[in-house]
Design a protein around this ligand. Structure first.
Ligand SMILES: Cc1cc2nc3c(=O)[nH]c(=O)nc-3n(C[C@H](O)[C@H](O)[C@H](O)COP(=O)(O)OP(=O)(O)OC[C@H]3O[C@@H](n4cnc5c(N)ncnc54)[C@H](O)[C@@H]3O)c2cc1C
Ligand code: FES
Length: 281
């Protein structure tokens, strides 16, 4: 991107309601040069500006190979994201990025992959899944464990049948409210570990979701024999600059906006803040 501090105008090309509080936006840059220059890796994020309101970091939820448009899946929780809910096709937002580290796609090639996602945490993992589907023979066994609060909170469910043709999908919800039918597991996402086939040998784990979920995911995987450098997590911290200038996202020596958001768990273990239950240094 030409100026990392200056958002470029992007137009909303599509609006897809995913759940009662979450929407996927398809965007493309107005300026042809920015559109051509823009590139990203699965797992990276953009800073999205709502003019006159503010800015928020949001993961890119689409596949880099599906350009020149890109997508963001947004849960409407606060100032910026609720204002976004009022916009429609043709409206403009500001976008700067793509920022941060991506998932280790090259490391996944030729290996088994275990993906563990919670709630909106599936958004930054969706491009990993679609890339795997496109080049399925390049990867070994691929399993996706997905947990959400209720069946109504599950993202991308219309895409599940296609995903299940190529990868194994296990689903869990915390609770099933009255009036819902649910034939999958009820419980936290780690209860699905008992059903999966994934073993530590030659497997890389990618996980994203609420920090408390990732803490238990990591803890459980370590007791199952997975090593800290086999587990990749995507962290969320409040951000301002997005480019390692303001220090807002700092955890000890690490800047989540630049050194992350994707980290090997091994990188986080010695941090004094004890991120995800890691040993405090
Ligand atoms: C790398 C990265 C990727 C992300 N990807 C996505 C994504 O794909 N989709 C998505 O929906 N979200 C994503 N997020 C989260 C998103 O950036 C936040 O939810 C952001 O705060 C939304 O901005 P907002 O202005 O709408 O909400 P805010 O007005 O900032 O409020 C958001 C929530 O945080 C609370 N809050 C407000 N201020 C504080 C504070 N100082 N400390 C603690 N809590 C506070 C509010 O009460 C509210 O519940 C991502 C965040 C990061 C860092
Ligand atoms: S958000 Fe400013 S340093 Fe990371």
């Amino acid at each position: 991107m030409i100026n990392p501090f200056k958002p470029a105008r992007a137009l909303i090309r599509g609006v897809q309601k995913e759940t009662y509080d979450t929407t996927t936006y398809t965007l493309s840059f107005e300026d042809a040069r920015v559109r051509e220059e823009f590139a990203f890796q699965p797992g990276q994020f953009n800073m999205i500006t709502l003019f006159g309101i503010g800015e928020a970091p949001v993961s890119i939820s689409s596949d880099p190979d599906e350009g020149p448009t890109f997508q963001h899946t947004v849960r409407h929780v606060g100032n910026v994201t609720k204002a976004l809910a009022r916009l429609k096709v043709g409206d403009a937002v500001g976008v700067r990025g793509a920022y941060g580290t991506g998932w280790p796609m090259e490391l996944l090639r030729g290996r088994n992959v275990l993906i563990v996602a919670g709630g909106i945490g599936l958004a930054p993992l969706r491009p990993v899944i679609t890339q795997i589907l496109r080049q399925r023979r390049d990867f070994g066994r691929v399993e996706l464990l997905y947990g959400a609060r209720t069946p109504a909170d599950m993202l991308y469910t219309p895409q599940f049948p296609r995903w299940q043709e190529e990868i194994k999908l296990y689903q869990a919800v915390d609770v099933v409210p009255d009036g819902y039918s649910w034939e999958q597991r009820v419980g936290v996402v780690t209860t699905l570990f008992g059903e999966m086939e994934s073993q530590p040998a030659d497997t890389i784990v990618l996980t994203c979701g609420p920090e408390i979920m990732m803490k238990f995911v990591v803890k459980d995987l370590l007791t199952r024999g997975f090593l800290s450098d086999q587990i990749y997590v995507s962290l969320e911290r409040r951000m301002s600059c997005g480019v390692k200038k303001c220090g807002k996202c700092q955890i000890g020596p690490k800047f989540v906006c630049r050194d992350g958001p994707v980290f090997a768990y091994a990188e986080l273990m010695g941090l004094s803040e004890g991120v995800l239950g890691g040993v405090a240094g």
